[in-house]
Design a protein around this ligand. Structure first.
Ligand code: 13P
Ligand code: SF4
Length: 360
């Protein structure tokens, strides 16, 4: 589903500003200056990112980080930060950090009144499904996902007709309207478990073809795939992996299951973003490449200065729409609120809740 497409069941409330906007709509006035006192106060947070954020960058980030953390307290808000956020967001304003499954579980548990999703739109929708009475904000409503855009509810209904009686598992990277047509959700960290939990000989696993192919290598259940791809991970190639291995003796290659099969075949380990991080933190390889979105290596590097990261990584243009400034404005102006049509939400929520229950 493309944002704003005819299939979209969501509406984006662009929110009236809680405070009047100053001149220059798209520019915010820095809420605080980088004084010596502020520098000292923010020192503990800088400690967290000093290996990956330069002192010059910190002069720009520190005032807005302080302003965001104050606004969070005032508004009883939490920020759910995906592993692909940049380090100043991930380590300095994120209250909960993790992969899609971890963030969905935190969204289900939180007592906060406002959830700011530092991630892409389908993640914010998932948080809204699990918190229908809370305000869920996405700092940039155009933060989409090529996988979510690759399939519509009509496509899923056509699959039901083409494969009668075959359960449909949807990767969480889909719109609420697509989830509403499916039996259960999965993420990259629980896909095998979810597929096997259904007790069926054949399962449709949509929309990521490569995740489906990867799951097929781990289960005897017959997997039927859709042709969706992640625009970030599909660009990696097996030849690229072999070239890196040849150039970097001792290199460990860690891949996300959204990568093509030849990349996964060349990898030492494959797992969700959280599983990739755990692998690096536990094994502490001297040299590693995380075959996934760029920012994740920076986030792990901030905590593992002893590990050298080789970085032929790709940026996700959707994740990179989220910035400190937009998070600040989201909290200040209560925008952009994510809403889901109640009829769609009820069905989609069932698919997400089934996943959360099956993956405890
Ligand atoms: P994870 O569930 O592994 O965090 O993946 C989400 C995603 O969008 C990867 O591209
Ligand atoms: Fe979607 Fe790929 Fe970006 Fe993840 S990295 S949000 S799957 S486009």
């Amino acid at each position: 589903m493309a944002l704003g497409s005819a299939h979209s069941a969501l509406t984006l409330d662009r929110g009236d500003a809680c405070a009047p906007r100053s001149r220059g709509e798209d520019r915010i006035t820095p809420p605080l200056a980088f004084t010596p006192a502020l520098r000292r106060e923010m020192e503990p947070l800088y400690e967290r990112v000093k290996h990956v954020v330069t002192p010059m960058e910190w002069v720009h980030y520190a005032p807005i980080i302080k302003a965001i953390n104050e606004l969070k307290r005032e508004r009883n808000a939490v920020i759910l930060a995906h592993n692909y956020m940049t380090p100043e967001i991930f380590h300095c304003v994120g209250d909960f950090r993790g992969d899609s499954l971890q963030l969905a579980k935190e969204a289900a548990r939180t007592e906060a009144s406002v959830i700011v999703q530092a991630g892409v739109h389908f993640m914010a929708e998932t948080s809204k499904l699990l918190n229908p009475d809370k305000t869920v904000l996405i700092p940039d409503p155009l933060a989409g996902c090529s996988l979510a855009a690759s399939i519509t509810p009509e496509d899923v209904r056509a699959l039901r007709v083409a494969y009668p009686g075959v359960p449909i598992v949807t990767y969480v990277n889909t719109s609420a309207a697509v989830k509403a047509e499916c039996d259960i959700c999965c993420t990259s960290s629980n896909a095998v478990k979810i597929v096997e939990s259904l007790g069926a000989p054949r399962v449709l696993l949509i929309p990521d073809e490569y995740l489906a192919k990867y799951v097929q290598t781990k289960t005897k259940v017959e997997i039927i795939a859709w042709k969706g791809h992640c625009e970030v991970h599909e660009r990696f190639t097996g030849e690229e992996m072999e070239a890196m291995r040849a150039a970097e003796p001792g290199l460990k290659i860690i891949a996300h299951p959204e990568c093509p099969p030849d990349v996964i075949n060349a990898a030492d380990f494959t797992g969700s973003t959280a599983a990739m991080i755990d692998w690096v933190k536990t094994k502490r390889p001297p040299k590693v490449v995380l075959v996934t979105e760029c920012s994740m290596a920076s986030n792990v590097a901030a905590e593992t200065p002893d590990v050298e990261f080789v970085r032929p990584c790709n940026l996700c243009p959707h994740m990179k729409r989220i910035s400190l400034e937009k998070i600040y404005e989201a909290l200040l102006y209560n925008r952009y609120e994510v809403t889901v049509d109640p009829t769609v939400a009820e069905k989609a929520r069932r698919a997400v809740e089934r996943m959360v229950e099956a993956s405890v």
